[in-house]
Design a protein around this ligand. Sequence first.
Ligand code: GAL
Length: 374
Amino acid sequence: MKRMMHLLVCSLLFGIGTATAQSYDSFHPGELWKDNNGVHINAHGGGILLYKNTYYWFGEHKTEGRAGNKAHVGVHCYSSRDLYNWKDEGIALRVSDDPSSPIVRECILERPKVIYNKKTRKFVMWFHLEPKGAGYGGAMVGIAQADRVTGPYTFIRATRATPKMWPVDVLPVHKQPVKPKYMADVPNVYEHPDSVNTLGRDFEKGQHSRDMTLYVDDDGRGYHICSSESNSVIHINELTDDYLDFSGKYVRAFVGRRMEAPAIFKKDGLYYFMASGCTGWRPNAARSAVAPSIWGPWTELGNPCVDAESETTYRSQSTYILPVAGKKNAFIYMGDRWRPENAIDGRYIWLPIEFEDNRFILRWREKWDLSIFE
Ligand code: GAL
């Protein structure tokens, strides 16, 4: 009885659960990052929405082992005021138990991003969705919506991108018949996407959308940016006013450059882009680019990493670039250090973005805090 009382008092004082919470005043890239319950944050391939002075971090809830790379739970949400300390807000979007649902448990649900629509006052979530049991052949997006930032989000639909719509920069070759060999998504065929007309191949069914991000510009326009055409081309899509669909206006960028993990931010009227190459869970050297308009033209600026392990982006892959509220030109690189053999143990690499000679760079830091932006 005495022991029970002791336990009760302890849990009331220190929070329920066996792990103890800890308070942070700095970032420690690659280390375990514990939430308010003392549990390693579970929001991989994530993105952040700032809403009413609070940051909301949405990401893939992973589970243990290799199987944990598939979606067994859904999209996890955390909130923070200072970016160091995160409160568990629970599961924002749950996978379904209904076998006919596109987001049935064990589908692949990756890189969720949430944006707020001022006109509809709804929170809109998009993510990369692969229907259960079909590997990465689906190449779809899932769209969900909520009335409250932390959810619950209601799944709306799964779709390929822009079916039966040509991009602004369509070429005559895209409207030619496609060779039967390329009608299927032939893995590991790295010919130029225009010589095999991947765009024309997917015209009817809709374009591939795998790794993706969302971006809301200063004028409220929403954009969806994704790896398309068998990961060989980035598509930049405008969204409808309610952010629930593709408007149909889109361009192809970085044709044939095979990029994944897109992230974007804007500084002094210029758009900056970051992405990785295509090596699955294994990290590779990041890419960066700049453009005067989101539609391009994009000029590549090379690998932004400058320290040891730059060839692997410090063993990470981009997922989001976060503007820090209330600070001018302050942006944080958010990357994932994947642990595919034990997915839940994936680590977060957050680093400050620095600007040098008309480009941005990332230096490795063991430990840093927001005073770096002052
Ligand atoms: C990565 C991609 C991840 C995940 C992984 C699967 O390249 O960025 O989001 O899809 O491949 O192998």
